[in-house]
Ligand binder design. Structure first.
Ligand code: COA
Ligand code: AMP
Length: 624
């Protein structure tokens, strides 16, 4: 089967194509209807199918004879420990935790927030929720209390699951005080807070509300998988949009399992038994899809790594994990290898380890810059494969379809659209632009399985953000172009979302925090290029008349406020005081031009600007 014929079939004979893919997973009641359109321009996948995601991930592998195969390896350089679970062991543990959560009155449709570090209990909690038909919402451990509070109020969880601490390179971060503060701030209060106590910190429990993980599980009876409809939500994952309020991307059960299973062959060419390592975090979509769900749907061994690419203990960390666990496929964000390359430019660490098990390296989460691509290719001699996707889709929109027909790579390109994604580069009216010309990268509806069903609690926002901008298309928010050979190049966001070390953040959200400082009259935050992290935020701030605070002190306070409200991961470290902000005559801040100035790029003075002299003032501030 060639890529072209598979792709055409996925579009022209959509239902037949996805019916065949649906046959690859275990259903309780297989679907008769494959795709059903909805009034909102979107549609539902496998609406009459019944299944359970934890059954597909775990029990189905045991039925297929893989019970004694390793399902999950926990590797933690920060605690100097490792642990493995076979499929039998993981299923039993998940069933017990599901039973324990059921005893806490968690059931089908209830939401459960999981705020955890990279420990096996995070994945077990996710799978336990899936087993009960409860909807999990994992919040990345690097987010501050306020961010957690916002998500608690939006998802209204019945329970929250956390651990006593996370471990960063040089410090232990106690989670429980952050959780307590978030619950205090939120209007909604979860009934139960489950705490996994780690030896590095002991959390104080609140009488009546908090329960220790081990106590909860001690006498619990294992729970069987609860049948759910394909279209019942599996999880909500919050992601940054252009406003301060994050969007709760809602993922279904059936479409998700079908598409992710398909992606394991198409994108990664992974077979059951292969060792698959996504070096990310369960708090991000990469962690959901390729640490927890897809490798298990596919009968692989997955690795859950609690560490960094560098400093845990050194830049050989990734190669050591590959050697120790005979990893076959490694997937991470380019920023991780930029960090490795910075510390070990000649890849001396690589030579110290036996990485012969490794077949290929996959990168996503941000633009793969050609120097990082070339460095990896040269030093490993392995295929280095870029692929483009988003929290909203849950799997690659564009990839090198190696499971069907490997294609030549082109640095800077995520290669070609995955079957099911009718990708087109369009102008604002939805007209396809010529090859080589940049435009908005959009996907002609319908979207394939696993893509977001809606925004949790706000279908209008879903329609306005994604479906109404260009009628008939899903708007990705990314700009780019397709070349003469049909290769897709993603050049960056066209909205106010930035990507800091592979973490998706909203500049709008940072602006809200900065603007709340009593000395600030107006502000603007843009993403400037950064050699290591891809982008970092920089604030331009205008002080109120009469504000007397010293500029350095103001910067310090703003940096602390963003750390406190959003989290250290925002890497907001610079706030420049300016006299005026460049605006159009209608009052819109010219962010694009500010971004270009911050990056030292050439810029055209927009004809709509009210006072062009401001741009020189800003340029001189940046160069100070
Ligand atoms: N919990 C609490 N704090 C966290 C955290 C977590 N889970 N993750 C990061 N932080 C904190 C860090 O401690 C750091 O705090 P500091 O400013 O006090 O030092 C801050 O957030 C920034 O962290 P990070 O972005 O990890 O930067 P770093 O300089 O410590 O490390 C890299 C740089 C490139 C090594 C690191 O960003 C990395 O491993 N990136 C890969 C990203 C990735 O996998 N992304 C997932 C998408 S696929
Ligand atoms: P997230 O939802 O956190 O996965 O972030 C999605 C965003 O990351 C996309 O909209 C892109 O801007 C960016 N992104 C992800 N993968 C790539 C890639 N391979 N090339 C360029 N940008 C990417």
């Amino acid at each position: 089967m060639s890529y072209n014929s598979e792709f055409r079939r996925s579009i022209d004979q959509r239902d037949d194509f996805w019916r065949e893919q649906a046959e690859q997973i275990d259903w309780i009641e297989p679907p008769k209807t494959i795709w059903q359109p909805l009034d909102n321009g979107h549609g539902e996948w496998f609406p009459d199918g019944v299944m359970n995601t934890s059954d597909v991930a775990l029990d189905a592998n045991i039925r297929a004879g893989r019970g004694d195969q390793t399902a999950l390896i926990y590797d933690s350089p920060v605690t100097n420990s490792q642990q493995t679970f076979t499929y039998n062991e993981l299923r039993d543990e998940v069933a017990r935790v599901a039973g324990a959560l059921r005893d806490q009155n968690v059931g089908k449709g209830n939401r459960v927030i999981i705020y955890m570090p990279m420990i096996p209990q995070a994945a077990i909690a996710m799978l336990a929720c899936a087993r009960l038909g409860a909807i999990h919402s994992v919040v990345f451990g690097g987010f501050a209390s306020h961010e957690l509070a916002v998500r608690i109020d939006d998802a209204k969880p019945k329970a929250l699951i956390t651990a006593s601490c996370g471990i960063e390179i040089s410090r232990v971060i106690e989670y429980k005080p952050l959780v307590d503060k978030a619950i205090e701030e939120a209007n909604h209060k979860p009934d139960t807070c489950v705490v996994y106590q780690r030896p590095q910190a002991t959390a104080t429990l609140q009488e009546g509300r908090d329960v220790e993980w081990n106590d909860m599980v001690a006498n619990a009876q294992p729970a069987d998988p609860v049948p759910v409809k394909s279209t019942d939500p599996l999880y909500i994952l919050y992601t940054s949009g252009t406003t301060g309020k994050p969007k709760g991307v809602v993922r279904d059960n059936g479409g998700h399992a079908v598409a992710l299973k398909y992606s394991m062959k198409l994108v990664y060419d992974a077979d059951p038994g292969d060792v698959f390592w996504a070096a990310s975090d369960v708090g991000w979509v990469v962690g959901h899809s390729y640490i927890v769900y897809a490798p298990l749907f596919n009968g692989c061994t997955t690795i859950l790594y609690e560490g960094k690419p560098v400093k845990t203990p050194d830049s050989g960390a990734f190669w050591r994990v590959v050697q120790d666990h005979k990893v076959n496929m490694l997937f991470t964000a380019p920023t991780a290898f930029r960090a490795v390359r910075k510390e070990d430019p000649e890849a001396d660490q690589l030579a110290k380890y036996d990485v012969s098990s490794l077949k290929r390296i996959f990168l996503a989460g941000e633009r793969l810059d050609p120097p990082t691509y070339e460095w990896l290719k040269e030093h490993t001699g392995l295929p280095v494969l870029d692929h483009w996707w988003q929290t909203e889709t849950g799997w690659a929109i564009c990839c090198n379809p190696i499971g069907i027909e490997p294609m030549d790579t082109k640095p800077g390109s995520a290669t070609v659209p995955s079957p099911g994604f009718n990708v087109q580069v369009v102008d604002p009216d939805g007209h396809q632009v010529a090859a080589g010309e940049q435009g908005q990268v959009a996907v002609k509806l319908p979207l394939p399985p696993s893509c977001l069903m809606t925004v949790w609690g706000d279908d209008e926002r879903f329609q306005n953000s994604y479906l109404k901008t260009i009628p008939g298309f899903y708007t990705s928010g990314d700009g780019g172009f397709v070349d003469d050979d049909g290769y897709v190049f993603i050049m960056g966001r066209t909205d106010d979302v930035i990507n800091v070390a592979g973490h998706r953040l909203s500049t709008g959200e940072m602006e809200e925090v900065v603007a709340s400082h009593p000395a600030i009259a107006e502000c603007c935050v843009v993403g400037a290029q950064d050699e290591l992290k891809g982008q970092i935020p920089i604030g331009l701030v205008l002080m109120k008349d009469g504000a007397t605070i010293d500029q350095d002190e103001l910067e310090e306070e703003l940096v602390e406020m963003v750390r406190d409200k959003i989290g250290a991961i925002a890497c907001f470290r610079r706030a420049i005081v300016v006299e005026r902000l460049p605006k159009t005559r209608s009052g819109k801040i010219l962010r694009r031009v500010i971004r270009q100035i911050a990056n030292g790029e050439e810029y055209n003075v927009p004809s709509t600007i009210d006072d062009p002299a401001i741009l020189d003032e800003i340029s001189s501030k940046f160069s100070q």
